[in-house]
Design a protein. Structure first.
Length: 316
């Protein structure tokens, strides 16, 4: 898909505007003989192999908790310095044996080094960088954005890039990853440039879009978000656990390309630059399944999660 242009963005904004009553009255009715639009299940069932993509083994992490695996896809297009640092930390086994330190209801689950504030006890960073610039947004121009026509209260334009939910401001020509359910960010202190990827969190509640452009977002959980969202909630201090024994140990974190092919999770991800994705959005916007009484005619950016499906495990 060609890069999104200002003309296209203007057209999308017009398309998203509600029709007047008179305009609706003039709209031609769908002929009674026309086939009913497909349901979400029918759209996915009709997809072709080319509508799906394999995992990028060099930018996907497998985090093993006691409760099971969590698969995290990183976003180097939006946070290249942080992603590079996280990959370095992972390959040097920085995260192995650390813990989930915080689980705040309807907000985030956060993991890292419980001794990070004590210099004499903190885990060494090895070859990883200790200080990085904030990576809150990137240039909009040239991004292969698949736009969403529906209005969004947080940004003039929204859509998807590489399957990640993205918000954008055409006037400023900037774009950023949105804080939807399952997105992964790099925790920081008050200074904007105080994150380096050693402390990460995943959104486990209603999308906290007010965090957009305030924290560097580094990726998203593709599978296993239930392993984080089902953890016991922490205490009154923003969900941090009061006692060390309450923390949940991280057994290991690996980059997928460190694992033999037969040990890698066998998943495919639906591409968001396809006609199938656009058809799926429409099917979700106006649900045709028999259970639905009312069709909303609208879908929010964070309501449209990108599907995955099992893929055949490689044999060599």
């Amino acid at each position: 898909m060609p890069p999104i242009t200002l003309a296209l963005l203007a057209a999308l904004c017009l398309a998203a505007a509600p029709l007047s009553y008179a305009a609706k009255a003039r709209a031609p009715a769908r002929p009674a003989s026309a086939p009913a639009p497909p349901t979400t299940a029918e759209v996915l069932q009709a997809s072709s192999a080319g509508d799906w993509r394999a995992l990028d083994a060099s930018h996907t992490l497998l985090m093993e908790l006691a409760s099971g695996p969590v698969l995290i896809e990183l976003a180097p297009r939006f946070a290249p310095r942080h992603v590079a640092n996280i990959l370095t930390l992972t390959r040097e086994r920085y995260f192995d044996g650390l813990a989930v330190l915080r689980v705040q209801d309807n907000y985030v689950a956060q993991w890292g080094d419980p001794d990070a504030e004590a210099a004499e006890k903190a885990r060494p960073l090895g070859k990883a960088e200790r200080k990085l610039p904030a990576e809150f947004d990137v240039p909009l121009r040239g991004l292969p954005l698949t736009p969403l026509a529906d209005a969004d209260g947080w940004a003039p334009v929204t859509g998807w890039v590489d399957g990640f939910p993205v918000a954008a401001d055409p006037r400023r020509q900037r774009a950023w990853l949105a804080h939807c359910y399952g997105m992964v960010g790099a925790g920081r202190d008050n200074p904007a440039d105080s994150s380096n990827g050693t402390e990460l969190y995943a959104v486990i509640g209603h999308s906290p879009r007010g965090l957009d452009r305030n924290i560097t977002v580094v990726g998203r959980v593709l599978s296993g978000i239930d392993k984080l969202s089902a953890l016991p909630r922490g205490g009154n201090n923003m969900g941090f656990y009061d006692q060390p024994e309450q923390r949940h140990a991280i057994r290991s974190v690996r980059v997928l390309d460190e694992l033999p092919p037969e040990q890698r999770p066998a998943l495919e991800v639906l591409r968001t630059d396809t006609a199938t994705w656009r058809a799926l959005l429409e099917a979700r916007r106006n649900r045709r399944e028999p259970w639905f009484v009312h069709r909303s005619g609208h879908i929010g950016l964070c309501n449209a999660t990108v599907p995955t499906r099992p893929a055949s495990k490689p044999t060599s």
